[in-house]
Design a protein around this ligand. Structure first.
Ligand code: AMP
Length: 156
């Protein structure tokens, strides 16, 4: 991989978590600044960044800072904050990519296809007649992801 400009969040902590939460997952590492990401938004309870294996250009993930594996384990205040951020970021993604449609998806449990066990909402711009790519497969290149993050941030 060529030199990436993915940001480290640095001083963030996973603020709190449900009892059975495994804080070794990649999104917890991103929140703690131990792994880099293409951040687009952050507030007190939530964090948004680009999916590194996008199923469409602009594929963005929104997560709570609270450590919860799935929707059933997230306190309602954090769930409310996460869906409000999802609405806001989805609007920015829609505008930034001039998308006529936006898909918002959230998977719970491996049987549902979940691969990272920190709750997240997927935001995917959709266009008539254009299929999504496979889930969590091909890695996008750094420059493209960095440019896409800037496009979304410019709208937010
Ligand atoms: P899910 O299968 O719903 O749990 O989605 C997990 C998503 O996280 C997939 O779409 C992956 O492409 C994405 N993903 C995995 N690792 C990273 C990472 N380091 N940074 C950004 N996205 C990631």
């Amino acid at each position: 991989m060529v030199a990436c400009r993915r940001m480290r969040t640095g001083d963030l902590e996973v603020m709190n978590s449900s009892p059975d939460y495994d804080s070794a997952n990649i999104f917890a590492k991103i929140l703690r600044g131990e792994a880099p990401c293409y951040k687009v938004f952050e507030d007190e309870r939530t964090f948004a960044f680009l999916d590194i294996m996008p199923q469409a250009e602009g594929h963005t993930l929104v997560i709570p800072k609270f450590g919860a594996a799935d929707v059933f384990r997230l306190p309602s205040e954090d769930l409310a904050a996460t869906i409000i951020t999802t609405q806001r970021v989805a609007g920015a993604v829609k505008k930034a990519f001039a998308a006529p449609g936006v898909m918002i998806a959230q998977l719970n449990g491996s049987a549902a296809g979940q691969t990272v066990f920190h709750l997240h909402f997927h935001i995917l711009p959709r266009f008539n007649g254009i299929d999504m790519r496979m889930h969590a497969r091909g890695m996008a290149d750094c420059e493209t992801l960095a440019a896409h993050a800037e496009r979304i941030k410019a709208v937010l």
